[in-house]
Design a protein around this ligand. Structure first.
Ligand SMILES: C[S@@+](CC[C@H](N)C(=O)[O-])C[C@H]1O[C@@H](n2cnc3c(N)ncnc32)[C@H](O)[C@@H]1O
Length: 339
């Protein structure tokens, strides 16, 4: 007897849906449904391989849903979970597992954990490779397994993580608004640990000139480690420079920036002055037909500056993140062209 359908569930940062749909289309991955901040695609061996290439997705899961899949039912029908695990372990090596479920100490969930230990010789642990969930997000139970040990948004090139570094899926999204398929040159102002630069270099081999600058030596050295790990040291340049010195780096087809903000980055800076200088600098350094794409939580500060500038806002995307201190961050991606 066939059980409910197995699907691939792709979850993304709140607000990135248009970017995700664009990327799925590029990879010819058809969507078969959606949920809050997630999209479903059909399960197939090919699709499992393809979804691992997605750059706008935070996490990918293999899931199945049914009204009856509560922990008690799963503990009595462990093969439902076993079927999912059997698929996922074909593609990656998993040594430890974790079950996220209400009542983790109940006899049902303990029974499921023992089954996984005995059948798959994995150990239970908090920082586990195999992440299993049994949840009821809306009105239907869902059991699922993350298909990779680490989230898809974790990139191999991140050897050095700086506080305030960008989520790589958001960096991919920012770049996707720059018309980079037809661009030759790309500038990242306030380059930090180089997430935007590396994502751009990896996705757009046509870019000939990729430059970033930052005034913080520590951040520059972190960025060089990441760029080296990505094997891009010959293609991506980072320079030490302060925006207030208006470094002369030439004219670019695209300028991107994850603006410094708040206490993390520029505690004593006058942000309004910094942003005004940045916009004036971009007016001089951007090609007439180029795009300026800004990522910032301080949109209330930058938008009036943009309105007074030579730029017009052609698109903006409002995102929402939960930070590790359980607070919300509501940044925007703001896409600009010359008026
Ligand atoms: C939000 S962070 C960029 C993070 C980066 N997108 C990443 O993924 O790592 C902003 C950066 O602006 C730099 N910065 C702050 N004030 C600056 C200034 N006046 N001139 C140049 N860079 C500056 C900081 O050192 C910091 O690295």
């Amino acid at each position: 007897m066939n059980g409910p359908e197995i699907k691939i569930k792709l979850s993304y940062v709140t607000g990135l849906k248009p970017v995700v749909l664009g990327e799925l289309k590029e990879l010819n991955l058809e969507t078969i449904g959606e949920d809050i901040d997630s999209i479903f695609v059909e399960f197939s061996e090919d699709n499992i391989r393809e979804v691992k290439k997605l750059r706008s997705i935070a996490r990918a899961y293999l899931i199945t849903q049914s009204d009856i899949y509560h922990p008690m039912y799963i503990s009595n029908h462990k093969s439902i979970l076993g079927n999912l695990i059997d698929i996922v372990v074909k593609y990656d090596s998993f040594k430890t597992f974790k079950i996220s479920c209400a009542g983790p100490d109940s006899s049902e969930v303990r029974g499921i954990a023992k089954y996984i230990q005995d059948t798959y010789r994995m150990k239970e642990g908090d920082e586990a490779d195999l992440k299993i969930h049994i949840i009821k997000p809306e009105d239907i139970w869902e059991i699922g397994i993350q298909i990779t040990p680490r989230p898809l948004s974790v990139r191999d090139y991140k050897v050095a993580n700086m506080s305030g570094a960008m989520d790589p899926t958001v960096a991919y999204a920012v770049n996707s608004f720059c018309n980079l398929d037809s661009a030759h040159s790309y500038l990242n102002v306030f380059s930090g640990s180089a997430t935007l630069l590396i994502e751009a270099a990896q996705c757009y081999p046509n870019l000939e000139k990729l430059i970033g600058f930052d005034n913080n030596k520590k951040h520059l050295s972190l960025s060089i480690k990441n760029i080296k790990k990505a094997g891009l040291i010959k293609r991506v340049q980072v320079k030490e420079a302060d925006i207030f010195d208006k470094p002369d780096l030439g004219i670019f087809d695209a300028i991107v920036s994850d603006l410094p903000f708040g206490m993390l980055i520029s505690k004593n800076e006058d942000l309004e002055k910094l942003y005004t200088t940045f916009i004036q600098y971009s007016e001089n350094a951007l090609n007439n037909s180029g795009r300026l794409v800004i990522y910032t939580s301080e949109y209330e500060l930058i938008e009036p500056i943009l309105h007074k500038s030579q730029f017009k806002i052609v698109q903006s995307l409002h995102l929402k993140f939960i930070t590790n201190v359980d607070a919300y961050l509501r940044p925007k991606i703001i896409v600009c062209e010359f008026k």
